[in-house]
Design a protein. Structure first.
Length: 201
């Protein structure tokens, strides 16, 4: 009887470990999808990262996901490109709820004619402190995000190196290689809002 109980216990622990790994994988995928949506200006992809009743406290903005997407879309279109780099997240889970803390760096760059505008040319160190929840759909999504700014500095024009035209530039439309390189995946930009999305990195 004791051996059977021990086997059952070990089997339960393995299932818990597997659930932890699957949860962490799903949460990491949401974080990566958010950055792709922001940097490729695919607002539908950004929206898919949030539960419908989520709250995002993001700089001067606090509100729900639909209002956040509208707000950040206008903000992003002020830049020629953005790039968000995330470090490995710290994920602490309790059942269907997780605290996820992610350190990151963001780069924002204007079009050449606005290179002297500090507000449009900056690098920022930040943390995303997120409450993730897995609900009835069994999908992990953001339920509450607090974006914490740690530092910011100007990406000054004299420090730039012009990227040669012969090199491929990232785009904010369907011509970016992320959408067409592996057609077997069936990836495509969302139809959320494709207005004025073209821009280079």
């Amino acid at each position: 009887m004791g051996d059977t109980d021990d086997i059952d216990r070990r089997g339960g622990e393995r299932l818990d470990d597997l659930d932890d790994l699957l949860a962490e994988r799903a949460i990491r995928q949401v974080l990566a999808r958010y950055c792709r949506g922001i940097d490729r200006l695919d607002l539908g992809l950004v929206r898919s990262c949030y539960h419908d009743d989520a709250v995002d406290e993001h700089g001067s903005f606090t509100g729900g996901p639909d209002d956040y997407v509208a707000w950040v879309g206008k903000l992003l279109r002020r830049y020629a490109m953005t790039m968000h780099l995330l470090a490995a997240p710290s994920i602490e889970r309790s059942g269907d709820v997780a605290l996820v803390e992610t350190y990151g760096l963001s780069f924002h760059r204007s079009r050449p004619e606005e290179a002297g505008d500090a507000k449009l040319n900056l690098m920022t160190g930040f943390r995303f402190v997120d409450r993730f929840e897995r609900r009835a759909s069994r999908e992990w999504k953001i339920a509450h995000r607090v974006a914490v700014t740690e530092w910011s500095r100007v990406d000054d024009e004299p420090g730039r190196w012009p990227v040669p035209a012969s090199l491929r530039h990232g785009t904010r439309d369907a011509t970016d290689p992320v959408w067409w390189l592996v057609p077997e995946l069936g990836l495509r930009r969302s139809d959320h809002d494709d207005t004025d999305t073209r821009g280079g990195a």
